[in-house]
Design a protein around this ligand. Structure first.
Ligand SMILES: *Cc1c(COP(=O)(O)O)cnc(C)c1O
Length: 425
């Protein structure tokens, strides 16, 4: 009973038994007690299940991960300290020095940096591709050492929609998993596993939290990818881990292998843990995710139409506008709406765009998107400023691009604010 997504937002995860707290408790404890040395030893050998140290697992965090797992329709999930940590772990769990990945070039600037600069230093090479190329064209980028394909269901900040089925076919025909960052769509509007994706990541900092309270991330596994089909490709999952006395994850944990490895190996060694307090806040946000996403989508479409008809606006990108390049893909993958984020340019280019932003009163200039308060950012001078002009062009970021994250205030107030700021330029 209670299988609809709105109900899952409220009831999945923490399921109290008789006499237990109705609300998810915050297990504010680094450590967990056992009676005998042997009981504790078995946990370290992964022979018994149980909590021992919050760097690896914590009951509050696990309840929230279980809720997100249920929303996405996966088999296992884990929280991370940030979205960056989620995307790093998602890749590093199956790649090592000498390996190669393929990622869409329109992804979030932080992830672009992670893959293009930092992971390169670790010996993992990334080829960035135009996600709108045909399958045949995209196939040419695969190499024998390619281990994963990565894209965003809705790209930040261009809000272009990914053809998930095309990317899943492409990845699977080359024997590798498809990893989708589903931050902007959230499982309310898109569940990538239903379209063939294998692993989903989130920056929970955005809509899931919803009120700009805590930075966090999540990784969810569909359990569908068969690591054993080509065991030589994924030795980390299919060959013995010496740090656990030769345990083989894919044999010992079946469909839970990927998340178990990321938890007991990567989290143990790298420690990008979310605090239980933040996980609690995240759970509060998840309880209203379905309500807020509806409002964000309604408001954003109204704002997009207003901007599209304004004489001082050069262009608007929003998936639900008929003029959008993503309109057809959005009809397929996002029939109930996309997100509250849209991108546009003001006539007169970069300078006028900045002047317009400085005139806003309700919308605040912040390095953030996807929360209840309307906010605005100029990627070329903020989030993407570390990219060269050529990289900006590759990522499709025009110098005049403004990223507007439409909140859940009354839409007329949002439009009036935009209108008065436009009147002054
Ligand atoms: C913000 C964001 C990230 C990074 O998440 P943090 O929580 O800020 O570390 C990754 N992917 C997308 C799509 C994002 O919007």
């Amino acid at each position: 009973m209670g299988n609809r997504i709105e109900t899952k937002c409220i009831h999945e995860g923490w399921k109290p038994k008789k006499g237990e707290p109705r609300q998810l408790p915050i297990y504010q404890s680094t450590t967990f007690k056992y009676d005998t040395s042997d009981e504790m030893g078995k946990l370290f050998d992964l022979e018994a299940e149980g909590y021992f140290y919050t760097r690896l697992q914590n009951p509050t965090n696990d309840s929230v991960a279980a809720k997100i797992c249920a929303l996405e329709g996966g088999v296992a999930a884990m929280l991370t300290s940030s979205g960056q940590a989620a995307n790093f772990f998602a890749i590093f769990n199956i790649c090592e020095a000498g390996d190669h990945i393929i990622a869409s070039s329109t992804i979030y600037g932080g992830t672009y940096n992670l893959f293009g600069v930092t992971m390169k230093k670790m010996g993992i090479e990334c080829t960035f591709v135009d996600q709108d190329l045909t399958e045949e064209e995209l196939s040419k980028y695969f190499k024998p050492n390619t281990k994963a394909v990565f894209g965003e269901s809705i790209a930040n900040p261009l809000v272009s929609v990914l053809d998930i089925e095309k990317f899943a076919r492409l990845a699977h025909s080359h024997g590798v998993p498809l990893i989708i960052d589903n931050t902007f769509a959230t499982p309310i509007n898109c569940r990538p596993f239903e379209w063939g994706a294998d692993i989903v990541t989130h920056s929970t900092t955005k809509y899931m939290d919803g009120q700009a309270v805590g930075v966090g991330g999540c990784i969810v596994d569909s359990g569908n990818f068969d690591w054993m089909a080509d065991p030589d490709k994924f030795p980390g999952l299919t060959s013995p881990d010496e740090s656990y006395h030769g345990l083989v994850y894919a044999e010992a944990f079946g469909k839970g292998a990927y998340i178990t490895k990321a938890t007991v190996q990567l989290m143990r060694d790298l420690g990008a843990t979310q605090s239980p307090q933040n996980a609690f806040y995240l759970n509060q946000g998840l309880e209203t995710l379905h309500l807020r996403m509806k409002e964000h989508c309604y408001n954003a479409l109204e704002v997009a139409k207003f901007l599209e008809n304004h004489e001082k606006i050069a262009w608007v990108s929003y998936p639900q506008l008929e003029s959008s390049d993503s309109y057809e893909l959005a009809k397929k993958y996002l029939p109930n709406g996309s997100c509250g984020v849209l991108a546009f340019g003001v006539k007169g280019g970069r300078d006028e765009s900045i002047k317009f932003m400085d005139n806003l009163k309700l919308a605040s200039i912040v390095t953030h998107v996807s929360d209840s308060k309307t906010c605005i950012l100029h990627p070329a001078s903020h989030t993407h400023r570390q990219l060269s002009d050529k990289q900006l062009e590759e990522a499709g970021i025009a110098p005049d691009l403004i990223r507007l994250s439409v909140g859940i205030e009354n839409v007329n107030d949002i439009i009036e604010d935009l209108n008065q700021a436009l009147a002054q330029i």
